[in-house]
Design a protein around this ligand. Structure first.
Ligand code: PNS
Length: 169
């Protein structure tokens, strides 16, 4: 009898910081696959708004609160690596990404095709929740920076950190 292969997906991103749009995609991936690795891919030469350790902390809180439980999802960070190499090391067969609309489609499809060209790595696109279609890490940061309200668009721990960090920075 052949051994059952674990279906492992990577949900990659900068997560600077995680938004509720990301949370939706992570939660749905956790239902679809045996194991999910939420992979923070960052450029060590570029300082983000949040340190990688903070981004990991936010994501670990998110994972702990998933409806499916945290058992099949873990968070890891990778500096200066190609996504295809990360997936090969993790023995993940697929990348899962959310698509918010045409702009995401135009940005994501060439990356998905390049990853498939490089190693055969496949990408599964999930349509983003329409109620979160306008939500991105960069827009959320801009809104908070100028005093706008982003409650409901990011996890509560992230909201607190944004309010403490951004206004007047
Ligand atoms: O949250 P983001 O910024 O949309 O995430 C983009 C990310 C980090 C997933 C993408 O830039 C990526 O895969 N970077 C790793 C480097 C890499 O593999 N680049 C070539 C992609 S074809």
């Amino acid at each position: 009898m052949s051994e059952r292969v674990i279906r492992r997906a990577v949900v990659p991103g900068s997560y600077d910081p995680v938004t509720n749009g990301h949370v939706d995609v992570i939660a749905r991936a956790a239902v679809l696959y045996d194991e999910v690795v939420v992979a923070i891919l960052h450029n060590p030469a570029k300082e983000g708004t949040f340190a990688v350790a903070e981004r990991i902390g936010f994501l670990e809180d998110v994972v702990a609160g998933l409806p499916t439980g945290a058992d099949n999802v873990r968070v890891e960070a990778f500096a200066g690596r190609l996504l295809v190499d990360v997936c090969r090391d993790l023995e993940a067969q697929v990348v899962v990404k959310g698509l918010r609309g045409g702009t995401d489609f135009a940005y994501e499809v060439p990356m998905a095709l390049m990853n498939r060209h490089l190693t055969g790595l496949e990408t599964l696109f999930l349509p983003g929740d329409p109620s979160l279609e306008h939500v991105s890490s960069s827009l959320v940061k801009e809104v908070v920076r100028y005093g706008g309200d982003v409650r409901g668009l990011v996890p509560d721990t992230v909201l607190g950190a944004l309010l403490a960090r951004l206004p007047g920075d």
